[in-house]
Design a protein around this ligand. Sequence first.
Ligand code: APR
Length: 342
Amino acid sequence: MRTQVGIVGAGPAGLMLAHLLHLQGIESVVIELRDRDYVEKRVRAGLLEQNTVQLLTESGVGQRLQREAMHHTGNYLRTPEWTHHLDMEKLVGRSIWIYGQQEVVKDLIAARLEYDDPLLFEVADVAVHDLDSERPRITYTHEDAQQELDCDVIAGCDGFHGICRGAIPDGVLTSYERAYDFGWLGILADAAPATDELIYAWHPNGFSLYSMRSPTVSRLYLQVPADEQLDDWSDERIWAELQTRQASEGWQVNEGPIVDKGITPMRSFVCEPMQYGRLFLAGDAAHIVPPTGAKGLNLAMHDVHVLCEALVDLLRSGNRTGVDGYSERCLRRVWRRTSRTT
Ligand code: APR
């Protein structure tokens, strides 16, 4: 098989890149380790910045988002003594939308299937080859058959644990990493949020965040030590601690059945450069920021927007300016976001 751009990974980065390339008439094949149901149900990020919403809307996959996303003009900062509303729209003219990552993924998969370009789920044994040549290749197994995909370019959108970054020869990349001594215990609950916008709360017991996924689903986080055990946190203990850390006079966190809970370690990781030969890394494959700033998904969208423009120039007219500057352009933004959230 042959394609112009071989895309490894059908997360937000891989799917969005494939969609943007399609709009420019560039063909691609997307291969994904997991099944469709898994990627469409994976609960992760859920805050879209203005640039991301604009990109999704202008590229024609924003209809459901425009209908269903919750639009926030700011957020609340809280301590046990006071609550302050930060009106971002008024202060800087920017706002945010609450819309789950899995919803973005569903919309992008639906678009891709509609125009019937290759999107393969449940591939295995993925490997990338000849990255420093003009014809890089991807090999993989799909439906028990071994496949080889010849490409002009490969996009490594396979997340932090993917194989693309590791296929770059030793000595090319410099990695920067920082692990924090705390994590976030996050819950998803069938409970209408008791707030119209996010509440970032400081408390002597530790930080907590009140956020939401929809008018009926709350997403809440408690800062905990990095080595905390989830088993030590019964649902009752979680709600009690949230009530304590989020307390405000005459107001309470709305409780309901907890449908998902987990502890996320806090880590920052950046690799430089985000490219080697004809392999380009995008999204979590190249950088991770802690969820504290809700930047991961938005940075991934920015990467693939820049990458798409660069690949169009390269593949249509052989112009290398965009691809040569890809890493630097994306990393400038990544470093700004990384230092802000650390
Ligand atoms: N072959 C094919 N696919 C792979 C492989 C592989 N060897 N390894 C991983 N994948 C797939 C994963 O199963 C996943 O679906 O690549 C995809 C990577 O997706 P994400 O981890 O979501 O990464 P990315 O697309 O960069 O998403 C960026 O979205 O939800 C947010 O916070 C999240 O920061 C993250 C952001």
